[in-house]
Write a protein that binds this ligand. Structure first.
Ligand SMILES: [Zn+2]
Length: 182
């Protein structure tokens, strides 16, 4: 039996659950569910026409290391150029895990985002600090950085991208040298 609250879409006369709509309901809420999405930032790494990351001039000519001592204002220590976009995401807390027996340097998490977000491996998801009501504080404070290591598109039987499931690792070392609002 079809759940009357589920959205359907059809192609060639065959109906299936509209997971784009379901994802939007999960993030933004609907008449039968509360919004579970959070506002965050996607730090999208810039790429050249060959798909390679674009190197910032602050990288040392000999060691090829980005300049972290003087906190490059263009790349903020990545050593590559990037742009930031506001996105809505759902973080699956139940999947939050640590590597067993490891030195707790990385925490891994799953994120779910809408089909129309352009996300690739090596981009970063940034969690913003929120107040007691769950609203993002102003000005924005970047609280956690997650580096994407796998952005997987989930497709319908018709091949349409329905949503993205993103696996990412928290970059703990960031807090050591990432100065806020600079
Ligand atoms: Zn730089």
């Amino acid at each position: 039996m079809v759940d009357p609250y589920k959205s359907l879409y059809s192609s060639s006369g065959i109906k299936e659950i509209d997971l784009r709509k379901e994802m939007k309901n999960l993030l933004d809420g609907s008449r039968v569910e509360i919004a579970k999405g959070r506002v965050g930032l996607l730090r999208k790494m810039r790429r050249d026409s060959d798909g390679n990351l674009i190197t910032c001039p602050c990288r040392d000519k000999i060691t090829n290391e980005p300049d972290r001592d003087y906190f490059c204002q263009y790349c903020r220590g990545h050593g590559f150029y990037w742009d930031e976009h506001v996105i809505n995401y759902f973080q699956d807390d139940t999947m939050y895990s640590r590597e067993p027996g490891q030195n707790k340097e990385y925490d891994k998490a799953y994120f779910y985002i809408e089909h129309n977000v352009d996300i690739t491996d090596d981009d970063y998801l940034i969690i913003l600090k929120t107040d007691a009501d769950g609203d993002v504080v102003s000005p924005k404070q970047r609280q956690k950085f997650f580096k994407v290591f796998s952005a997987d598109a989930f497709r319908s039987d018709f091949g349409r991208i329905e949503y993205w499931r993103v696996r990412a690792s928290e970059e703990r070392r960031w807090s050591v040298w990432y100065a806020e609002n600079r």
